[in-house]
Design a protein. Structure first.
Length: 393
């Protein structure tokens, strides 16, 4: 059985990082951990998590590259010297010299970290945090705009983790910037795809007044994969049905709950952290699945073996969205956990995107389909929480 890591430890470490405005807290002494109430087993977990972070992000962070320039609005960005890796997408012309722009998709990534030093664009694994995710869009012929959320990389603000309206703004302004930086490269339409934390982010643009201005182009809809939604509801459900059972360690949701106090403090510094406070309930009312009807359709994809984003909450979010008058369709995929569902369901959601760009209408306003692997006995899959347990071996 995994011991409970005191929430005060996480909050204490986070607060010390915020005071120093550091990119991440990578060097916490045994003495400091002990003073904060972190026992021997707690320190084992902390070191395991630290090792995983160092493997992904390295030990040096180029703060100057990600910092906001004092002359940001007046001059062209100068990247750091020694930068040798560039990724370009280009347009071409056909036989008749006609410009061929790319259809473009804004991609919202899943949780990677909460500190400044954890942007996807600085991962040392050279994959730019691609876990067979956004590359599927590239392979299908789309240009991809994938922003680091505000507070990840750039030092102008803290990362407001799970603040989905803010993440939706990041997507919108990233698309505006991409069009200004690469004029005539993209089609006038765009869509969004998001996974996990990003799933909550892309739920919001279709309701955004910013998006409706078409400043980033004409928005056609979204694909919402294993979305984080109704965080309050999921926390309560985790406490009532998972933490009371013997198998709680196999659920990623068990570990996610530890970050909620930090996420709330980032957005509302003076918040009452009681799970049943009025303020917390009001935050739940702004969850991705709540609000008015959107103008564009969305496809929700949910694995039925989920351990990170509980399927009961996604179904609840789907029902609420449908009742609000949205065009929303849900695909439930048997045998799939949080990350597996990305690739396993890709023919379906890539087809959904293809049809939107082709201006084909969805069938009906709300629908649910269920899919299953053809050979489940030989299915290659892995429980999401294994990344935690493996690091402790």
């Amino acid at each position: 059985m995994l011991p409970t890591i005191p929430t005060t430890i996480l909050i204490g470490l986070a607060c010390s990082s915020l005071v120093r405005a550091s990119t991440a807290n990578l060097n916490v002494s045994t003495t400091t951990l002990t003073q904060l109430g972190c026992d021997t087993m707690c320190q084992t977990y902390f070191e395991a998590g630290l090792a995983a972070d160092v493997e992904m992000f390295g030990t040096s962070f180029d703060s100057d590259f990600y910092s906001t320039e004092s002359n940001f609005t007046a001059e062209t960005l100068n990247v750091s010297t020694g930068m040798t890796a560039y990724r370009f997408q280009y347009t071409t012309r056909d036989l008749h010299d006609t410009l061929i722009p790319f259809p473009v998709v804004a991609y919202a990534h899943g949780t990677i970290g909460v500190f400044t030093g954890y942007p996807p664009t600085t991962t040392t694994t050279t994959d730019l945090y691609d876990y067979h995710s956004w590359s599927l869009l590239i392979e299908d012929g789309y240009a991809v705009g994938a922003p680091d959320y505000a507070g990840l990389g750039n030092n102008a603000t803290l990362h407001e983790y799970l603040s989905f309206p803010a993440h939706a703004n990041d997507l919108y302004y990233a698309m505006v910037a991409a069009r200004k930086a690469l004029p005539h490269t993209f089609t006038s339409e765009w869509m969004s795809v998001g996974h996990s934390q990003g799933g909550g982010a892309v739920w919001k643009p279709s309701k955004s007044e910013l998006v409706k201005t078409h400043g980033a182009g004409e928005y056609l809809g979204t694909v919402v994969l294993a979305p984080a939604s109704r965080i309050y509801d999921m926390t309560v459900l985790t406490a009532e049905t998972i933490l009371t059972g013997s198998g709680f360690a196999s659920y990623d949701a068990t570990y996610e709950a530890l970050w909620l106090p930090l996420a709330l403090k980032r957005v509302i510094p003076g918040i009452d952290l009681s799970f049943f406070s009025d303020t917390f309930l009001q935050r739940n009312a702004t969850a991705p699945a709540n609000g008015g009807a959107a103008d564009t359709p969305k496809l929700i994809v949910q694995g039925l073996e989920e351990t990170a984003v509980l399927r009961e909450i996604t179904v609840r979010s789907f029902n609420a969205s449908c009742l609000s008058g949205n065009k929303v369709h849900m695909s439930l995929v048997a045998g799939m956990d949080h990350t597996d569902v990305f690739t396993a369901s890709s023919p379906g959601w890539l087809g959904f995107i293809r049809n939107r760009f082709a201006r084909k209408s969805t069938s009906g306003r709300c629908s649910v389909i269920q899919r299953a692997p053809s050979d489940r006995a030989n299915l290659v899959t892995e429980v999401e929480s294994s990344e935690v347990t493996k690091s402790l071996m």
